[in-house]
Design a protein around this ligand. Structure first.
Ligand code: SAH
Length: 226
Protein backbone atom coordinates (compact mmCIF):
# COMPACT_ATOMS: atom_id res chain seq x y z
CA UNK A 1 0.00 0.00 0.00
CA UNK A 2 1.15 3.52 -0.80
CA UNK A 3 0.01 6.61 1.10
CA UNK A 4 0.74 10.16 -0.08
CA UNK A 5 0.11 12.82 2.54
CA UNK A 6 -0.22 16.47 1.52
CA UNK A 7 0.61 18.77 4.41
CA UNK A 8 2.06 22.10 5.48
CA UNK A 9 3.77 20.43 8.44
CA UNK A 10 5.50 17.20 7.37
CA UNK A 11 7.61 17.17 10.55
CA UNK A 12 4.46 16.53 12.58
CA UNK A 13 4.50 12.95 11.27
CA UNK A 14 8.04 12.18 12.35
CA UNK A 15 7.14 10.82 15.77
CA UNK A 16 4.05 8.76 14.89
CA UNK A 17 5.62 7.23 11.77
CA UNK A 18 9.06 6.46 13.14
CA UNK A 19 8.07 4.28 16.09
CA UNK A 20 6.31 1.01 16.82
CA UNK A 21 3.98 -0.70 14.35
CA UNK A 22 3.92 1.96 11.62
CA UNK A 23 7.71 2.01 11.58
CA UNK A 24 7.87 -1.78 11.36
CA UNK A 25 5.30 -1.88 8.54
CA UNK A 26 7.43 0.56 6.52
CA UNK A 27 10.61 -1.41 7.21
CA UNK A 28 8.90 -4.61 6.05
CA UNK A 29 7.87 -2.80 2.86
CA UNK A 30 4.15 -3.31 3.59
CA UNK A 31 3.37 0.38 3.47
CA UNK A 32 5.14 3.17 1.65
CA UNK A 33 4.39 6.62 3.08
CA UNK A 34 5.32 9.83 1.24
CA UNK A 35 4.97 13.30 2.72
CA UNK A 36 4.49 16.26 0.38
CA UNK A 37 5.08 19.84 1.49
CA UNK A 38 2.24 21.83 -0.04
CA UNK A 39 4.41 24.96 -0.23
CA UNK A 40 6.55 23.21 -2.85
CA UNK A 41 3.57 23.54 -5.20
CA UNK A 42 3.32 27.33 -5.00
CA UNK A 43 4.63 29.59 -7.75
CA UNK A 44 5.13 32.90 -5.90
CA UNK A 45 8.18 33.87 -3.90
CA UNK A 46 6.30 33.96 -0.58
CA UNK A 47 5.09 30.38 -1.13
CA UNK A 48 1.59 31.45 -0.25
CA UNK A 49 -0.91 28.68 0.46
CA UNK A 50 -3.74 30.59 2.17
CA UNK A 51 -5.81 33.69 1.51
CA UNK A 52 -8.70 35.69 2.97
CA UNK A 53 -12.18 34.21 2.66
CA UNK A 54 -14.46 35.84 0.12
CA UNK A 55 -17.24 37.63 2.04
CA UNK A 56 -14.89 38.22 4.96
CA UNK A 57 -15.15 36.52 8.32
CA UNK A 58 -12.39 35.37 10.59
CA UNK A 59 -9.64 33.00 9.48
CA UNK A 60 -7.71 32.17 6.35
CA UNK A 61 -8.65 29.57 3.75
CA UNK A 62 -6.30 27.17 1.97
CA UNK A 63 -6.10 28.10 -1.70
CA UNK A 64 -7.10 25.77 -4.49
CA UNK A 65 -4.12 26.21 -6.85
CA UNK A 66 -1.26 24.58 -4.85
CA UNK A 67 -3.54 21.72 -3.73
CA UNK A 68 -4.72 21.11 -7.30
CA UNK A 69 -1.14 21.11 -8.59
CA UNK A 70 0.00 18.68 -5.93
CA UNK A 71 -2.90 16.23 -6.38
CA UNK A 72 -2.65 16.36 -10.17
CA UNK A 73 1.08 15.75 -10.13
CA UNK A 74 0.54 12.66 -7.96
CA UNK A 75 -2.32 11.44 -10.15
CA UNK A 76 -0.16 11.80 -13.26
CA UNK A 77 2.21 9.21 -11.75
CA UNK A 78 -0.29 6.55 -10.70
CA UNK A 79 -3.96 5.74 -10.11
CA UNK A 80 -5.36 6.46 -6.66
CA UNK A 81 -8.21 4.56 -5.01
CA UNK A 82 -9.22 7.52 -2.87
CA UNK A 83 -8.32 11.18 -2.36
CA UNK A 84 -9.16 11.70 1.29
CA UNK A 85 -9.68 15.04 3.01
CA UNK A 86 -9.38 15.02 6.79
CA UNK A 87 -12.33 17.13 7.94
CA UNK A 88 -14.33 17.57 11.16
CA UNK A 89 -17.57 17.24 9.18
CA UNK A 90 -16.44 14.10 7.34
CA UNK A 91 -17.65 10.56 8.00
CA UNK A 92 -16.64 9.47 11.49
CA UNK A 93 -13.72 7.06 11.39
CA UNK A 94 -14.53 3.59 12.69
CA UNK A 95 -13.03 0.11 12.50
CA UNK A 96 -15.04 -0.86 9.43
CA UNK A 97 -13.62 2.09 7.51
CA UNK A 98 -10.10 1.29 8.71
CA UNK A 99 -10.57 -2.31 7.51
CA UNK A 100 -11.84 -1.24 4.09
CA UNK A 101 -9.11 1.35 3.56
CA UNK A 102 -6.36 -1.05 4.66
CA UNK A 103 -7.16 -3.15 1.57
CA UNK A 104 -6.60 -0.27 -0.88
CA UNK A 105 -3.55 0.17 -3.08
CA UNK A 106 -2.85 3.92 -3.31
CA UNK A 107 -4.30 6.69 -1.19
CA UNK A 108 -3.88 10.45 -0.99
CA UNK A 109 -4.63 12.21 2.30
CA UNK A 110 -4.99 15.98 2.39
CA UNK A 111 -4.48 17.80 5.68
CA UNK A 112 -6.25 21.14 6.01
CA UNK A 113 -5.33 24.10 8.18
CA UNK A 114 -6.71 27.50 9.15
CA UNK A 115 -10.47 27.75 8.40
CA UNK A 116 -10.24 24.77 6.08
CA UNK A 117 -9.84 24.43 2.32
CA UNK A 118 -11.52 26.13 -0.61
CA UNK A 119 -14.78 24.24 -1.15
CA UNK A 120 -13.97 23.64 -4.84
CA UNK A 121 -11.14 21.31 -3.79
CA UNK A 122 -13.70 19.18 -2.02
CA UNK A 123 -16.07 19.24 -4.96
CA UNK A 124 -13.54 18.42 -7.67
CA UNK A 125 -10.70 16.41 -6.16
CA UNK A 126 -11.82 14.76 -2.94
CA UNK A 127 -13.47 11.34 -3.05
CA UNK A 128 -13.79 10.72 0.70
CA UNK A 129 -13.95 12.95 3.77
CA UNK A 130 -13.02 11.52 7.15
CA UNK A 131 -13.29 12.93 10.66
CA UNK A 132 -11.65 11.40 13.71
CA UNK A 133 -14.26 12.80 16.08
CA UNK A 134 -16.67 15.61 16.81
CA UNK A 135 -14.12 18.18 17.87
CA UNK A 136 -11.95 20.62 15.95
CA UNK A 137 -8.19 20.17 15.63
CA UNK A 138 -5.83 22.88 14.40
CA UNK A 139 -4.86 20.83 11.39
CA UNK A 140 -5.43 17.54 9.62
CA UNK A 141 -2.01 16.09 10.50
CA UNK A 142 -2.91 14.45 13.80
CA UNK A 143 -6.11 13.11 12.23
CA UNK A 144 -4.19 11.68 9.26
CA UNK A 145 -1.67 10.06 11.63
CA UNK A 146 -4.55 8.43 13.53
CA UNK A 147 -6.11 7.20 10.28
CA UNK A 148 -2.80 5.79 9.02
CA UNK A 149 -2.13 4.00 12.30
CA UNK A 150 -5.61 2.46 12.41
CA UNK A 151 -5.23 1.16 8.83
CA UNK A 152 -1.61 0.08 8.77
CA UNK A 153 -1.93 -2.30 11.72
CA UNK A 154 -4.61 -4.16 9.75
CA UNK A 155 -2.46 -4.81 6.68
CA UNK A 156 -1.73 -8.56 6.64
CA UNK A 157 1.78 -9.25 7.89
CA UNK A 158 2.14 -6.02 9.86
CA UNK A 159 1.27 -7.42 13.27
CA UNK A 160 3.43 -10.32 14.34
CA UNK A 161 0.59 -12.33 15.81
CA UNK A 162 -2.01 -12.42 13.04
CA UNK A 163 -4.89 -12.99 15.38
CA UNK A 164 -4.21 -10.01 17.57
CA UNK A 165 -5.84 -7.41 15.29
CA UNK A 166 -8.84 -9.68 14.80
CA UNK A 167 -9.47 -9.95 18.52
CA UNK A 168 -9.29 -6.19 19.07
CA UNK A 169 -12.30 -4.10 20.01
CA UNK A 170 -14.80 -3.38 17.21
CA UNK A 171 -13.53 -6.11 14.85
CA UNK A 172 -16.60 -8.23 15.54
CA UNK A 173 -18.96 -5.53 16.74
CA UNK A 174 -17.84 -6.03 20.35
CA UNK A 175 -15.33 -4.28 22.58
CA UNK A 176 -12.51 -6.37 24.04
CA UNK A 177 -12.86 -8.40 27.22
CA UNK A 178 -10.51 -7.44 30.08
CA UNK A 179 -6.95 -8.78 29.90
CA UNK A 180 -4.49 -9.70 32.66
CA UNK A 181 -0.85 -10.67 33.04
CA UNK A 182 1.47 -11.71 35.85
CA UNK A 183 1.46 -11.57 38.82
CA UNK A 184 -1.66 -13.62 39.57
CA UNK A 185 -2.06 -11.76 42.84
CA UNK A 186 -1.05 -8.13 43.37
CA UNK A 187 -1.87 -6.83 46.87
CA UNK A 188 -4.72 -9.30 47.04
CA UNK A 189 -6.14 -8.12 43.68
CA UNK A 190 -6.58 -11.44 41.92
CA UNK A 191 -6.80 -12.45 38.29
CA UNK A 192 -10.17 -14.19 37.59
CA UNK A 193 -9.74 -17.91 38.41
CA UNK A 194 -11.20 -19.06 35.11
CA UNK A 195 -8.32 -17.55 33.13
CA UNK A 196 -5.90 -19.75 35.07
CA UNK A 197 -8.00 -22.91 34.65
CA UNK A 198 -6.52 -24.01 31.33
CA UNK A 199 -10.01 -24.94 30.09
CA UNK A 200 -10.03 -23.35 26.63
CA UNK A 201 -13.75 -23.74 26.02
CA UNK A 202 -14.74 -22.13 29.32
CA UNK A 203 -12.19 -19.36 28.85
CA UNK A 204 -13.55 -18.59 25.39
CA UNK A 205 -17.09 -18.52 26.79
CA UNK A 206 -16.03 -16.20 29.61
CA UNK A 207 -14.28 -13.84 27.23
CA UNK A 208 -17.30 -13.67 24.98
CA UNK A 209 -19.64 -13.03 27.92
CA UNK A 210 -17.40 -10.24 29.17
CA UNK A 211 -17.17 -8.69 25.70
CA UNK A 212 -20.95 -8.75 25.30
CA UNK A 213 -21.48 -7.31 28.80
CA UNK A 214 -18.95 -4.51 28.24
CA UNK A 215 -20.36 -3.66 24.86
CA UNK A 216 -23.87 -3.34 26.34
CA UNK A 217 -22.57 -1.15 29.15
CA UNK A 218 -20.10 1.01 27.24
CA UNK A 219 -21.13 1.05 23.59
CA UNK A 220 -24.83 0.14 23.53
CA UNK A 221 -25.36 1.47 19.98
CA UNK A 222 -22.17 0.11 18.53
CA UNK A 223 -23.54 -2.41 16.07
CA UNK A 224 -25.50 0.36 14.38
CA UNK A 225 -22.42 2.59 14.18
CA UNK A 226 -20.21 0.10 12.36
N1 SAH B 1 -13.43 25.66 10.10
C1 SAH B 1 -13.45 24.26 10.05
C2 SAH B 1 -12.36 23.66 10.91
C3 SAH B 1 -11.00 23.81 10.33
S1 SAH B 1 -9.81 23.05 11.33
C4 SAH B 1 -14.78 23.77 10.60
O1 SAH B 1 -15.34 24.39 11.47
O2 SAH B 1 -15.25 22.70 10.15
C5 SAH B 1 -8.45 22.94 10.27
C6 SAH B 1 -8.20 21.60 9.61
O3 SAH B 1 -7.98 20.62 10.59
C7 SAH B 1 -9.32 21.08 8.75
O4 SAH B 1 -9.23 21.60 7.46
C8 SAH B 1 -9.10 19.59 8.80
O5 SAH B 1 -8.18 19.16 7.80
C9 SAH B 1 -8.45 19.36 10.15
N2 SAH B 1 -9.37 18.84 11.21
C10 SAH B 1 -9.84 19.52 12.25
N3 SAH B 1 -10.61 18.75 13.03
C11 SAH B 1 -10.62 17.52 12.48
C12 SAH B 1 -11.27 16.28 12.81
N4 SAH B 1 -12.05 16.16 13.88
N5 SAH B 1 -11.05 15.22 12.01
C13 SAH B 1 -10.28 15.34 10.91
N6 SAH B 1 -9.66 16.48 10.54
C14 SAH B 1 -9.82 17.57 11.30
Amino acid sequence: MRIDIITLFPEMFEGPFSESIVKRAQQKGLVDIHLHQLRAFTADKHRKVDDYAFSGGAGMVMMIRPVAKCIESLQSEREYDEVIYMSPDGKLLNQTMANTLSLKGNLIMLCGHYKGIDERIREHFITKEISIGNYVLSGGELAAAVLVDSMVRLIPGVLGDETSALSDSFQDGLVSPPVYTRPRDFRGWKVPEILLSGNERLIAEWKNEQAVKRTKERRPGMRDEC
